[in-house]
Design a protein around this ligand. Structure first.
Ligand SMILES: Cc1cc2nc3c(=O)[nH]c(=O)nc-3n(C[C@H](O)[C@H](O)[C@H](O)COP(=O)(O)OP(=O)(O)OC[C@H]3O[C@@H](n4cnc5c(N)ncnc54)[C@H](O)[C@@H]3O)c2cc1C
Length: 218
């Protein structure tokens, strides 16, 4: 990798969209973050902001049951069968390897008075960590489960605990916006990918100076 320093100047503004961990890291390396923390790392602080303080994620409790016998998905993952299934998917766009082994989702309110669901059930029929196996060559896999919805490390808002203004500009810095999941201030009652896309659409309107869309009646 080259160690040369490249100097680039932006005519209008910079858009940082490295994701919920890399965006705050780049800000902090640039001296934008909690001043005492940066000093402790040998970085000269330029703007004292609570970058990285608001990290949130959807917590998950995994409940696993061992099947009485191997399920159809695990049988399919035997190396020779999955190889055939993948060839079938590639050639004819059909067969078990042409679909995802998804389970069922259910969103629930733990109390009827709640405005939005605060609990989600994720029923999965297959492991999240499947891989081909073959008797006597590689052992089969165990089932495992996780969730990845981190956000909020450069939260937008109006208070002193906000890193970004409501127009996604880094407070106290000229012409620098963060446009990714780091900008979302709080956790929604949903998976967050659609919100990140909505945020990016909104950011493009803000950057081009377009007025916001009228609220949709959905
Ligand atoms: C395994 C997994 C499963 C998920 N499943 C779902 C789901 O089912 N539904 C849902 O709604 N959400 C899901 N999510 C969450 C969703 O994918 C993220 O919330 C969303 O992608 C966040 O978008 P982003 O633009 O903030 O960051 P990212 O999508 O992470 O994009 C950041 C980009 O910046 C690049 N980058 C970082 N640092 C640098 C650098 N220094 N230089 C250049 N490039 C850099 C990265 O390579 C990456 O391409 C899942 C996430 C994971 C990890």
């Amino acid at each position: 990798m080259s160690s040369a320093t490249v100097h680039v100047e932006a005519m209008r503004e910079l858009i940082l969209c490295g994701g919920v961990f890399n965006s705050p890291q780049l800000l902090m390396l640039s001296g934008i973050g909690p001043a005492a923390h940066l000093r402790g790392l040998g970085i000269a602080p330029r703007v004292d902001l609570p970058v990285g303080h608001n990290l949130r994620d959807h917590l998950m409790v995994g409940l696993r049951w061992r099947r009485l016998g191997p399920g159809p998905f695990r049988r399919l993952m035997r190396a020779d069968r999955i190889a055939l299934a993948m060839a079938q998917a590639w050639l004819f766009r059909t067969g078990p390897a042409s679909t995802l082994p998804l389970g069922l989702l259910a969103f629930l309110r733990t109390r009827p008075a709640l405005e939005a669901p605060d609990l989600e059930f994720l029923f999965r029929a297959a492991s999240l960590d499947p891989r081909p196996w073959f008797p006597g060559v590689t052992p089969t896999y165990e089932d495992a489960i996780t969730v990845n919805h981190p956000l909020g490390t450069c939260a937008m808002g109006r208070g002193s605990d906000a890193v970004l203004n409501p127009d996604l500009r880094v407070r106290g810095v000229e012409a620098l916006r963060v446009v990714d999941a780091a900008a979302l201030p709080d956790m929604p009652s949903a998976h967050i990918s659609a919100m990140v896309m909505m945020l990016a659409e909104r950011a493009s309107d803000l950057i081009r100076g377009r007025p916001p869309l009228a609220p949709a009646n959905v």
